[in-house]
Design a protein around this ligand. Sequence first.
Ligand SMILES: CC(C)(COP(=O)(O)OP(=O)(O)OC[C@H]1O[C@@H](n2cnc3c(N)ncnc32)[C@H](O)[C@@H]1OP(=O)(O)O)[C@@H](O)C(=O)NCCC(=O)NCCS
Length: 155
Amino acid sequence: MPHLRIRLAAASDLDSLVELEFSAFKLDRISKRSFRDLLASSAATILVAELKGSMIGSAVLLANARTSVIRLYSIAVAEGARGKGVATKLLEDALRRAAHAGAVRFRLETRFDNLDAQHLFEKAGLKPFDNVDGYYEDGARAIRYERILSNDTVS
Ligand SMILES: CC(C)(COP(=O)(O)OP(=O)(O)OC[C@H]1O[C@@H](n2cnc3c(N)ncnc32)[C@H](O)[C@@H]1OP(=O)(O)O)[C@@H](O)C(=O)NCCC(=O)NCCS
């Protein structure tokens, strides 16, 4: 997608991040309060996909220095912008940043019935390694994905 820009979120992105999150998820949404905390947290990195000044995607990464794991906590693309590689770009950027930060493992959870997301993650080299029953608000099972990061991820 030409003109697509991936950048770090700023405090002024709060309302747009919440709007995107609430339009993309029916359950298990990150609240405005949580986004405010995440924007201020040194453990969180929030990426924004922007097209001509409008936010069309976001990704939230959480670092755990103790375990060298970086977790993709959320990824969302605005409905009208899906299927055009925006999430793929956000994910590539997230993997690169995680490898640069020295993380060894990149992990995430997704709903068992979210086939778009599973396809996206498998295309990016993540592999399912565990299931967690009752993980989501409505009791749905989560599939946990992982990719071991290496120098290749950085290039
Ligand atoms: C999952 C999600 C982030 C994918 O974003 P996206 O920008 O559409 O993804 P991409 O365009 O990079 O496509 C990646 C793959 O997802 C699939 N896909 C996702 N949405 C699609 C759509 N609306 N139309 C067509 N393909 C779609 C395709 O299989 C695609 O693979 P392909 O390129 O081999 O065809 C997006 O659908 C979304 O925001 N969903 C709601 C929130 C969500 O479920 N987040 C993930 C939680 S873990």
